[in-house]
Design a protein around this ligand. Structure first.
Ligand SMILES: CCCCCCCCCCCC(=O)SCCNC(=O)CCNC(=O)[C@H](O)C(C)(C)COP(=O)(O)OP(=O)(O)OC[C@H]1O[C@@H](n2cnc3c(N)ncnc32)[C@H](O)[C@@H]1OP(=O)(O)O
Length: 201
């Protein structure tokens, strides 16, 4: 994992790739604005949220103890509209004995294609996620999630991705997704926010 991280950090040196901050860091910076916007977009659903529990909310992928759940880092290439996520799931993500749970894989795919859509389109939500699980992924192995923005049609963003072994010899999973932009007027410049809060290369 460290070796791959260093390889991608090297690619960041000429500015073609950017080491993205975690969702937690992005959300913290604009959490009040972000939450106000989302709740205004979904007023009925917002009324049903237990406000006491809301304060305990945590980003799902960052809610496990270190090393047990989702360990990952993302790199973004603006020219190619791609994100590569280096992911090593921990032992608490087990499904079939010795392999990752499909829901854990789906979560990381959603997080990666979602980040690609957020950087490209602002505030978006997943409307559709189609996944083909082609090979089981050994528990605790390191994989690469390669995502690509394919098309923007009005409020719709189409993003595809695959999950491969580090040597790219095994194709574990393929997915396509549809995101819907909630802020067509671009009240939130999420791209700038994401890129400006990127950790130093
Ligand atoms: C800052 C860091 C934070 C950090 C946060 C980190 C998050 C990481 C990423 C995770 C993202 C998630 O998991 S999000 C959570 C899971 N997703 C959800 O809960 C979303 C639930 N769905 C919804 O609320 C809604 O359906 C929306 C918002 C997606 C769309 O509703 P809407 O805004 O009213 O738009 P609507 O008019 O229905 O649709 C707009 C256009 O899209 C089309 N459309 C809509 N849904 C579909 C669909 N499934 N398949 C095909 N087409 C569709 C419509 O036909 C229409 O086309 P046309 O007539 O215009 O041609």
């Amino acid at each position: 994992m460290r070796l791959l991280f260093d390889q991608f950090m090297k690619k960041c040196e000429d500015g073609s790739w950017i080491h993205l901050p975690s969702y937690e860091d992005i959300a913290t910076q604009r959490s009040q604005d972000f939450s106000t916007f989302i709740h205004a977009y979904f007023p009925t659903a917002s009324e049903q949220i237990n406000k006491e529990k809301l304060s305990q909310g945590r980003i799902f992928t960052r809610s496990f103890e270190d090393g047990l759940g989702f360990e990952y880092v993302m790199f973004y290439n603006d020219a190619e509209k791609r994100i590569v996520c280096v992911f090593q799931g921990g032992p608490h993500l087990q499904g079939m004995p010795g392999f990752f749970h499909g829901g854990a894989i789906a979560t990381m795919i959603d997080a990666t294609v979602g980040m690609n859509a957020i950087v490209s389109g602002g505030i978006v939500m997943t409307a559709n996620l189609n996944i083909n699980f082609k090979r089981p992924i050994p528990l605790c192995s390191i994989v690469l999630i390669n995502s690509q923005l394919d098309k923007i049609e009005g409020r719709k963003l189409l993003v595809s991705c695959n999950v491969q072994s580090v040597d790219e010899k095994i194709l574990y999973t393929e997915a396509t997704s549809l995101f819907i932009k909630l802020n067509p007027e671009k009240e939130f410049h999420i791209k700038e926010l994401v890129l400006n809060s990127a950790p130093p290369a």
